[in-house]
Design a protein. Structure first.
Length: 276
């Protein structure tokens, strides 16, 4: 909507703290969880620098799109009409209480998970140790030891990258909005692919949905209607034809029944006479 910073201040500040946390800004809860994931993806027995690169780039993209949300919602010119402006207001107090509580946890929630490299004991690290005790026993001999300096270096790089992505979002959506438009035009092919969600829906529809629909139509129109219904309806039509012929003898008139009785008797007598 744009320009909401001064309209809903509590919502803005709580969302800003949450966005800073999820972006991995040092000191906030998201920083410690992000750093733990990135460090383990690099240093664990099953880790690899490729996994770390994927993780750190993803962290940067997270910071970019979250601050894009912040800048486009709360900064810049308002993109709403007068009627909407008259109805702008903060959420009810019970909602604001929840937002503020989450914002406080976004700030301080990670302090009980400070890693050893930063002088903490990371009380969360061993929380699920009983569940994974057997797995840890099997891999304990494969643990790779790294110096804290390596962790500091990777940590610093990830923070710098995140800050760079935040600044890039600021350039694109606050300071130089035309930059995003120019990039979209210059990279129209990539933009089209991403805008269409990598065509996952179209691929899924072509490979999964359409075949299932076509098979279902075949089973309905050919197997169900033509074969199953054909057999059942054909049997019913045959029985109906026999019934139509048989009902002719059930006229309800006594003279017809007497005639049939006499006719039958004559046929039987003729049979016996012919057999002599």
């Amino acid at each position: 909507m744009g320009g909401l910073k001064s309209k809903i201040k509590v919502t803005y500040w709580t969302m800003l703290f949450a966005t800073l946390a999820i972006s991995g800004i040092p000191g906030l809860s998201g920083f410690f969880s992000k750093d733990e994931i990135l460090w383990k993806s690099f240093s664990s027995p099953h880790g690899n620098v490729i996994f770390w690169i994927i993780g750190v780039v993803t962290a940067g993209l997270t910071a970019f799109y979250m601050f894009r949300l912040i800048f486009m919602t709360f900064f810049g010119k308002a993109r709403y009409d007068k009627h909407t402006a008259e109805h702008l207001h903060e959420s009810p107090k019970n909602m604001l209480f929840a937002l503020v509580s989450l914002a406080v946890l976004s700030i301080a929630g990670g302090w009980i998970g400070i890693p050893a490299a930063l002088g903490g004991s990371n009380q969360f690290e061993r929380f699920l140790e009983p569940v994974f005790a057997r797995g840890e026993a099997l891999t304990r001999g494969n643990v790779v030891s790294h110096a804290h300096s390596t962790e500091y270096l990777l940590m610093a790089f990830s923070v710098i990258l995140v800050l760079a992505f935040i600044y890039f979002a600021y350039l694109c959506y606050v300071k130089r909005p035309e930059l995003a438009t120019n990039l979209r035009q210059r990279m129209s092919g990539l933009h089209k692919v991403i805008y269409n969600k990598y065509y996952v829906d179209e691929i899924y529809a072509a490979l999964v949905v359409k075949p299932i629909v076509n098979i279902s139509l075949f089973l309905w129109k050919v197997f169900d209607v033509a074969i199953i219904d054909g057999i059942v309806n054909g049997l019913a039509s045959t029985i109906k034809s026999f019934s139509a012929s048989g009902k002719l003898i059930q006229t309800g008139y006594l003279r017809n029944y007497a005639l049939m009785f006499v006719g039958g008797a004559i046929v039987i007598l003729a049979y016996f006479l012919a057999m002599r």
